[in-house]
Design a protein. Structure first.
Length: 537
């Protein structure tokens, strides 16, 4: 047995063995989980700090404790486009960091009231990088902290539950409504100092709901938000524009340094060989100072970085929109360019991320096991994951002390491309309770059911579920599909919310799925934050 991540347990077994009968209800799942935890500790398979609740959208790693909070900014190995492939230095972050820290006024006696500072800026400019850097550096100074990512259609109950879990609030009963969660967060945070990061807000209405959970007080509590929408930033700042921090694109010198670092690493010490200077200048100027664009384009040069003809070819292939609209359509065109140049197996691995809801933090180990179960990669092959990170197509969230990426998320523009390509190629079908399903194909290989808080969502009758090889379900226990109907499943992921009037459900027939190679069950229910069972065959 291997120790699982966070509050999970991973069990490795022979592929020839049949899946054993698993938990009959939530209490059985919890009993098995507690037993596994005790065995992990007794056999010293994992440190005590590694056996803790999974925070879903949290930034805490399931494999390692948080990054040390006393590291200098340049040493913090967190991710977004500013970090090069060696995972070492942040470019263009030092000055924004200083200004933000000044605005946040950590620990200043004359500013003890709750303070909210929004970071605004275009996609790919580095808002999340700066927010996460500050979170890791200063979060340890507060009694409670949480880092949550929103999405364009957020599941508020899941988001608020993540805050409740990360701030280590006690659970007393199952919740059905967002207001119950808000009341519990307020009760827990009242009288405490807290630091909350709300990343990637899209609407003022979402902030209006989330902000109700944070009590005002005199303990120097701080909230940091990030958004691309000016009106949202104004709402977060209570329409006091002097408290909005605007992230701007990198200047030419910073862009040049980031580009050369990603292409040459330590080989040229941030400089460029003379034979590449002219074409490098044209490429850098086309990037518009956007770190995500710079890193993505630099990744195209790595296979033939000493070939001048390749540089000319890449420069000529860059979309003209980068010059005219570097912050929107130009960035989307760069992502399409990078995707089109991916090998077929990397395209398949990237498209598979469309199984997950937008904004979700995905553990590397879980993802690679799912790729293996679907035969997209060979056993224990992490190279594809690392390559997608290097090319800027997925964004790291957690890293260990050696700079190894442990979890990731997907930029919303990349997710848009994944969804478009998945529909075009019938790779994944996503069914959401709030979206129309009129044009769904009948033959589906991979199905993602994202039902949110709905208690009556159903699978469209037109879908032939007998053909589904991977199934991800997120929703109420009332809406859990009939598992035996999916006879050829290889991957089954269940993220289940239990209702107060339905606290158990039957999973015994999972053992009829003879082709199943990967199973994950995550349940949120009575007196539990996230019981979690992961089984690989």
């Amino acid at each position: 047995m291997q120790s699982g991540a966070g509050d999970g347990v991973a069990v490795g077994r022979s592929r020839k063995q049949r899946l054993p009968q698993i938990a009959l209800d939530f209490s059985h799942l919890m009993a098995r989980l507690d037993d596994a935890r005790e065995r992990c500790k007794s056999f010293q398979l994992a440190p005590e700090t590694a056996i803790k609740p999974d925070h879903g959208q949290a930034s805490t790693s399931r494999h390692t404790p948080d990054l040390p909070l006393d590291l200098p900014v340049s040493a913090v190995s967190i991710s977004n486009a500013h970090v090069n492939t060696a995972g070492c230095s942040l470019v263009g972050v030092e000055q924004p960091m200083k200004k933000l820290v000044h605005l946040l006024a950590f620990g200043e006696d004359n500013q003890k009231q709750l303070k909210v500072i929004p970071i605004s800026g275009s996609a790919g400019v580095g808002k999340t990088t700066v927010a996460r850097t500050i979170y890791h550096q200063y979060g340890g100074e507060f009694q409670c902290r949480a880092f949550v990512r929103v999405s364009r259609n957020p599941d508020m109950r899941r988001l608020l539950t993540s805050i409740l879990s990360q701030t280590k609030a006690p659970w007393t009963h199952a919740f059905s409504h967002a207001q119950d969660l808000i009341d519990s967060i307020i009760e827990h945070l009242q009288g405490k100092s807290y630091f909350i990061v709300v990343d990637d807000l899209w609407a003022s209405s979402e902030w209006d709901i989330i902000s109700r959970a944070f009590p005002y007080g005199d303990r120097c509590s701080r909230i940091l938000t990030t958004t691309q929408v000016e009106d949202v930033a104004l709402a977060c700042s209570r329409y006091e524009s002097e408290y909005i921090f605007e992230m701007r694109p990198l200047n030419y010198g910073e862009s040049q340094k980031l580009f050369f670092n990603n292409v040459f690493g330590s080989e040229c010490e941030g400089a460029c060989p003379k034979e590449f200077e002219v074409v490098a200048d044209r490429i850098i100027r086309k990037c518009g100072g956007l770190p995500l664009s710079i890193v993505s384009i630099a990744s195209l040069l790595l296979p033939s970085k000493w070939n001048p003809a390749m540089w000319e070819k890449v420069e000529s292939s860059l979309p003209s929109t980068l010059r005219t609209d570097p912050t929107s359509q130009g960035m989307k065109d760069v992502i399409i360019l990078i995707y089109n140049k991916l090998p077929l197996h990397l395209k398949a691995c990237l498209l598979y991320l469309g199984m997950y809801p937008e904004g979700r933090t995905i553990m590397k180990d879980d993802l690679v096991k799912q790729w293996v179960a679907e035969s997209l990669v060979s056993d224990t092959d992490y190279g594809c994951f690392d390559e997608l990170v290097r090319r800027g197509m997925i964004q790291p969230v957690d890293t260990n002390y050696d700079g190894e990426v442990l979890s990731c998320t997907v930029n919303h523009m990349v997710m848009d491309l994944i969804r478009y390509k998945s529909i075009e190629e019938n790779f994944i079908i996503v069914v959401k309770y709030f979206e129309s399903t009129l044009l769904l194909p009948d033959k589906v290989r991979r199905l993602s059911l994202q039902f949110g808080g709905s208690k009556s969502a159903k699978i469209p009758e037109s879908i032939r579920v007998s053909q589904v090889r991977s199934l991800l379900f997120c929703g109420s226990s009332r809406c859990v599909p009939s598992i035996p109907d999916y006879g050829i499943l290889r991957v089954l992921i269940l993220h289940i919310w239990a209702d107060q009037d339905q606290m158990s459900f039957d999973l015994t027939r999972i053992n009829e799925l003879f082709r199943l190679r990967y199973l994950m069950v995550e349940c949120k229910h009575l007196e539990s934050q996230a019981p979690h069972l992961e089984t690989c065959l």
